[in-house]
Design a binder for this molecule. Structure first.
Ligand SMILES: [Zn+2]
Ligand SMILES: [Zn+2]
Length: 395
């Protein structure tokens, strides 16, 4: 059993007006991590209408969902992932409205073109990707991916690449505790937590020359005290520590902890370093599936290939999934080259007809990969073999 690319493309073209409405509904009402109730409702509504059986609040996350379409014969279970959280302030500056609408369109288009498919098509709504929410990690820990053989998604960008490495990232909060006092009458009675923060950030800057060039250390002062005339008893920094592997990021976290301890000692304060969420692991794309996706997208007229291994990268909770099962996370250009991610320009680009044109192409590419995984045992076997080889310990 198989389905032609034309049949998939035709179904998804028919879904385009609805896909665009869903995308714009999410874009116009941005919700940040774990607050995505409106997005969940819009997406699950469309999937239920299309014959999927939906469980909202999957894996113990209120704004997650699992939408299942069972086929007529046993077979693999393939997931299309939908992210739909926005960023504080900037809204959908990461374009997750397109990921969600395009992912749903891919799955719905596929089951319409191939109603008698074997196996299971599942759309998994994975909330809280931004701000270290780690929705996918929490869902995996809750067992939501246990029966899933492979997972696919795409991400909007200012360029198109079929694979791209991503950094491991730890999400730290360093809280300094001191002693408050009147800042003019008796400052010597106080111990400034803000001074602890200042020394700490200088220590982190002093580290920079002595960390690998692949590392990234960046953060904000999330609490700098309350009033200029009070010696701050509490101050805090939220800091990300990234490097190419989980082990390298972990090693750097220890040096950052030491920097916090040193700053506390120097300022007579106490420092407490915690992780605000799970570490995001490095990404290991399935080359087998990414190659298939790339070939389809190129056949549709969009130039795409693998990214250079040393190009700048961010981090995502898809990395953790990529160490559990074969996944793809290609990028599709929806904005002018050079448009920064997480910017107002990217947010505006994520609502244009061009972005929806490209999302339609991405949806066809994802639908093709899912259809092939369900109907071509050799493709799944190749993806599994590649995954097993990459997961095997190096000798
Ligand atoms: Zn983002
Ligand atoms: Zn994103």
């Amino acid at each position: 059993m198989t389905v032609s690319l034309q049949a998939l493309a035709d179904e998804i073209a028919g879904l385009r007006p609805r896909m665009e409405r869903v995308s714009l509904a999410l874009h116009g009402r941005p919700e940040t991590k774990f607050e995505e109730y409106h997005a969940q409702q819009v997406l699950t509504g469309w999937l239920v209408e299309s014959g999927f059986v939906v469980s909202a609040g999957a894996g113990g996350l209120d704004t997650a969902f699992v939408a299942v379409h069972r086929g007529r014969a046993p077979g693999p279970c393939v997931a299309v992932l939908a992210e739909y959280d926005a960023l504080p302030g900037v809204g959908h500056g990461c374009g997750h409205n397109l990921i969600a609408a395009g992912g749903a369109a891919a799955a719905i288009g596929l089951v319409r073109a191939l109603p008698g498919h074997p196996g299971t098509v599942v759309v998994i709504g994975t909330p809280g990707e931004e701000m270290g929410g780690a929705g996918k990690v929490l869902l995996a820990e809750a067992g939501v991916f246990d029966a899933v053989d492979a997972a696919v998604m795409f991400h909007p960008s200012d360029r198109s690449v079929s694979t791209q490495h991503a950094l491991a990232a730890a999400h730290l909060r360093v809280v300094f505790s001191g002693r408050s006092a009147h800042a003019a009458k008796s400052p010597w009675e106080g111990r400034s937590a803000l001074a602890g923060v200042q020394v700490f950030l200088n220590a982190v800057d002093a580290l920079r020359q002595f960390v690998p060039p692949t590392a990234r250390l960046h953060g904000v002062v999330s609490d700098g005290g309350q009033a200029p005339n009070v010696v701050p008893a509490r101050a805090a920094v939220d800091l990300y520590v990234r490097d190419v592997t989980t082990a390298a990021a972990r090693a750097l976290v220890e040096r950052v902890r030491d920097a916090a301890e040193g700053a506390a000692l120097a300022t007579g304060t106490r420092a407490e370093t915690t992780e605000t969420g799970p570490l995001y692991a490095e990404r290991r794309d399935s080359q087998v599936l990414a190659t298939r996706f790339g070939a389809v997208v190129r056949a549709l007229g969009l130039d795409i290939g693998p990214d250079a291994p040393d190009s700048p990268a961010g981090s995502s909770d898809i990395g953790n999934l990529s160490l559990l099962l074969p996944v793809i996370h290609p990028y599709i250009q929806i904005a002018e080259t050079g448009t920064p991610a997480h910017s107002e320009a990217m947010r505006d680009a994520a609502a244009t007809p061009f972005a929806h044109e490209r999302t339609q192409v991405a949806a066809i590419g994802l639908a093709r990969v899912v259809a092939d995984l369900l109907t071509d045992p050799e493709l799944l076997a190749a993806a599994r073999a590649e995954f097993a080889a990459a997961a095997a310990p190096a000798r």
